[in-house]
Design a protein around this ligand. Sequence first.
Ligand code: UD1
Length: 415
Amino acid sequence: MPLYGNIPVSGAKNAALKLMCAALLSDRSIYFENAPNALRDIQSQTDLMQFLGCAIKREGSLMAINASNVENTVAPYDLVRKMRTSILVLGPLLARFGHAKVSLPGGCAIGTRPVDLHIKGLEEMGATITLEEGYINAQAPAEGLQGAKILFPKVSVGATENLMMAATLAKGETVLANAAREPEIIDLGECLIKMGAKISGLGTETIRIEGVSSPLGKAHHEILPDRIEAGTYIIAAGMTGGTVRLENARIEHLSAALGHLSQAGIEVEQDGRDIIVHRDPSRRIKGCDIMTEPYPGFPTDLQAQFMSMLTIAQGAGLVTETIFENRFMHVPELCRMGADITVQGNSAIVRGVEKLKGAEVMATDLRASVALVLAGLVAEGDTIVNRIYHLERGYENIVGKLSNAGAQIERIGGE
Ligand code: UD1
């Protein structure tokens, strides 16, 4: 059934989680607007930060964090295992308190996802790091972390953010070369600057941070809109056909996907603060090829959703995943719904079929789950998506948002 109506886009999960970690660098209150407070990941991060001693208030889409009373610098396995991003408390805790012990993280099962770049960078800033019983044990020199020139052998969002935060309180200048350029990193950097950090080069491959004497100060910050959530709903409307207005979303953050969407037959345009998506329901989606790359390339976090769309395209499409080695777990589930997909190494050939058929499916990571929901929107008959735990980590009120736009979707069972 075609989608029509308005869908509000929430604040970016992948910015909000790091912004919360940034609050650890300050002994004053940090206020956030447009926080995606209903997400499970935000709850997990809140639990961890409160365990460390932060005071956190969340109401509607507002959040306030005060880390002035933090005394504990140990992030235990129980709180960290749910979410890989917990590793991002390591840099801020170490920079502000001189020591930190963080359990090696869990998170989505989409590959081995090591944290060696985070650790190596902190060592280059003078930290002594040992791995003991599943924990990263880090100690800064007595005079604090030292600025350093760090060249990443590989572009990493998390390592760029962890080291950028750590460097705000280090002695002297830190240069991060081959840094990641994601909009969420720019958002984090802009908030750090409001808190008193000295950072230049955000959004480029080289970020420079001049350390200031600790700790950072207060700030008010509006979190940028979630480009992956917006991209997901663009694909939803593209798959079903119809016209949808995505409230508070920025097309420029999806520039790598726009060409592919237009090739597929989906019209997308910015209208003030909103994005309007249109696809003529009488015409089929057309197949096209995508390859994931670090920003500004095609986002790996939209790969599963795009593949879901290609399953019903006219013609075939080649999907190549270059960021994570094990990010095709949605493939067997989509095939159970009648999709025709062949995986070869890190590529998948998707041959479009006329109709998917509803089935009971299960998702093992966040974006894979939503790809199955999208497939369910266009499949004949009922689709039951199990383990929506993952879905609720990253999509606020997805059932309400989609059903308001005309989708037949309901949450059944569970808490
Ligand atoms: C972030 C996003 C995630 C997104 C990913 C890539 C958050 C909370 N998560 O994850 O949604 O899919 O960026 O856009 O923002 N790597 C190493 N060593 C390291 C760190 C990373 O080898 O120390 C590798 C990873 O295994 C992966 C690649 O580098 O192959 C990129 O990972 P990275 O950019 O660090 O992803 P995350 O920050 O974990």
